[in-house]
Design a protein around this ligand. Sequence first.
Ligand SMILES: [Zn+2]
Length: 108
Amino acid sequence: MEIPTVLEFNCPVCGKDNRLGKLLSDQVKDAGWMRKDLNFYVSKIEGVVSDPMMESRKPIGSKTPAFCVSLDICLDCGCFYAAKVEIGEAVKGLPPVIQKGKIPPFSS
Ligand SMILES: [Zn+2]
């Protein structure tokens, strides 16, 4: 079975696409502070499929399945659901080098 890379869903209860994230982001788009073609969702869950105990065995540059689930709330029935599922790959890179006594850049 071929795995799709992007799946989009309407509300599984009422079948509509009346999302809170869309309603709120339309106000920001109207103000000119957000790209018109950007789809905004109220929450996201992202992850990589891995076993932390086996991670050291993976070579640098190896690819692992990864996912991002965009969640939203239906304004017609209140259902909290997965509106969009994206499936891809994560490439293992080099771990960050932290020198003793120095603060890494971009940290807070
Ligand atoms: Zn609904």
